[in-house]
Design a protein around this ligand. Structure first.
Ligand SMILES: [Zn+2]
Length: 486
């Protein structure tokens, strides 16, 4: 059975989705017979390069073109539409045979005049896969092409095409297809197939396809085959329920809501929303994907809520935390941590409570009596330590916020870090260790040294969750917040 793309393949320039400026230029070239011998079609996969090449090839050989459009009625057009035109030669370099036979196929073949029409057209797909000898063979032909020979090269990676070839080609850069054009095309196909596809489903497919027409058509075709047309009386109905059997539900609006809370620097609100989504059973990993998509959208369409720097920092952080979740870190915790970092570190503080503007705790030695070190005192003064360190180095506080003072041995404080590189940055790096130790002496009023250990104290999931909670409390303590149960 043919795929939807094959079944509804555009037969004329005007039927091609998107790429209007390219198809218009090609049509005019055919109409005016002002033609080059070599064309390079570059751009992402699935956006119509081969389709445009086929229409163009057909138009070049059409006996009665109409203003540059193929007539689709003459013998040559019919032969081309049925894939049996001997003068249109398609070669896919992605297949081994393609690469191996490209020399013979082109060099030998091009010497013979066209068999059916006036021109011979070679459509060479995925040309970035060509070997050097293939390029050399093609170059020789392009230097002195027979008057009847035309070459259309298609590739997703034009930078891999030798400059000597590019300089002999008219280059057309195909773009991703706009959402609106994709939606029109899908709606039209659904009509042709007599499927009743809900507009929401069309939107869902379009958002999934990311500008790739072929992916969009494949998804629609898969959804269409989910129903059983033989038993339905009316047109086959495809609603969101059916669509979600195939396309995982997106939580973009929820992700947008969370991003808005970040934009408002509403730390509490964001944590509450994360908890609510979690309680509602939303999967955290796909939610990370949606958040990344929202931030990506804001990055590309300038946002007045965030600076580009903030957006890229947020995107990097979300990608990092997403990686952690994939590696097994608790999803809820990772998102809470990301949210806290975004509000306080990247965006500069909670709207209600900005730790930078709080009264600093007394940190200088005259105000402090030397005290013997005690773990509970160390933990309670940890936020003050972080603020003191922040005065001297802005990159260290974040690590200290998610680290935990674990034990005291004489004048030595043992700190547990989540990752080895965190320990290395704070403890192994002598310069950083000195900063932290100086600040410790200030805050606790007595000289002390530090030692680092890494990892969870336990491996059992129950205890590690407890530890996650502990770490959240640590962070919240550091920032003066609390988790609100919803
Ligand atoms: Zn024709």
């Amino acid at each position: 059975m043919p795929t939807l793309s094959q079944k509804h393949r555009p037969k004329s320039f005007k039927d091609i989705t998107g790429q209007t400026s390219i198809t218009e230029t090609l049509r005019k070239e055919v109409a005016t017979e002002v033609l080059g011998h070599a064309y390079l079609f570059s751009g992402p996969r699935g956006v119509g390069k081969t389709t445009a090449a086929r229409v163009f090839a057909k138009a070049l050989n059409c006996e009665k073109p109409k203003a540059g459009e193929p007539c689709n009625e003459c013998t040559l057009c019919m032969a081309a539409n049925e894939g049996r035109c001997l003068d249109i030669i398609e070669l896919d370099a992605a297949t081994h045979t393609g690469v191996d036979t490209v020399r013979e196929s082109i060099i030998e073949h091009v010497r013979f005049s066209p068999l059916m029409g006036k021109r011979k057209i070679y459509i060479l797909d995925e040309v970035h896969m060509f070997s050097t000898s293939s390029w050399n063979a093609l170059l020789k032909t392009l230097e002195e092409p027979p008057a009847y020979a035309f070459f259309i090269l298609a590739t997703t990676e034009w930078h891999k095409v030798p400059a000597t070839i590019i300089s002999r080609c008219q280059r057309f850069e195909f773009k991703r297809i706009e959402a609106e054009r994709l939606a029109e095309r899908l709606t039209w196909i659904a009509g042709e197939e007599n499927w009743n596809v809900e507009p929401d489903v069309i939107d869902l497919i379009v958002s999934r396809a990311d500008g790739c027409l072929r992916d969009a058509e494949t998804l629609l075709g898969q959804l269409g085959s989910l129903g059983d047309p033989s038993t339905s009386s009316g047109p086959q109905k495809i609603d969101l329920k059916i669509a979600h059997l195939l396309i995982p539900e997106s939580h973009l609006p929820l992700a947008e809501g969370l991003v808005k809370l970040w934009a408002a620097r509403d730390h509490q609100g964001a944590l509450q929303e994360i908890q609510r989504l979690f309680d509602d059973g939303i999967q955290i990993l796909p939610l990370f994907d949606d958040l990344i998509q929202v931030i990506r959208g804001l990055l590309t369409n300038s946002s007045d809520q965030f600076t580009p720097h903030e957006l890229s920092e947020i995107a990097l952080l979300l990608l990092e935390r997403r990686k952690d979740v994939k590696a097994g870190v608790d999803g809820l915790f990772a998102l809470q941590l990301a949210s806290t970092t975004i509000v306080f570190k990247i965006l500069g503080g909670d709207k209600n409570q900005d730790p930078r503007h709080q009264e600093p705790e007394p940190t200088s030695l005259p105000t402090h009596q030397p005290t013997s070190l005690d773990l509970s005192v160390i933990r309670s003064k940890w936020p003050a330590l972080i603020r003191a360190v922040d005065e001297k180095n802005h990159s260290l506080p974040f690590i200290l916020k998610i680290a935990r003072p674990e034990a005291v041995e004489g004048d030595k404080i043992v700190i547990r870090f989540q990752y080895p590189f965190h320990r290395d940055k704070i403890v192994t790096d002598v310069k950083h260790r000195r900063i932290v130790e100086e600040c410790l002496a200030q805050v606790y009023g007595t000289p002390c040294s530090i030692e680092g250990i890494v990892g969870d104290p336990s491996t059992s999931s129950g205890q590690s969750q407890e530890r996650s909670q502990d770490m959240v409390s640590n962070i919240l303590n550091a920032f003066g917040g609390s988790i609100v149960e919803s």
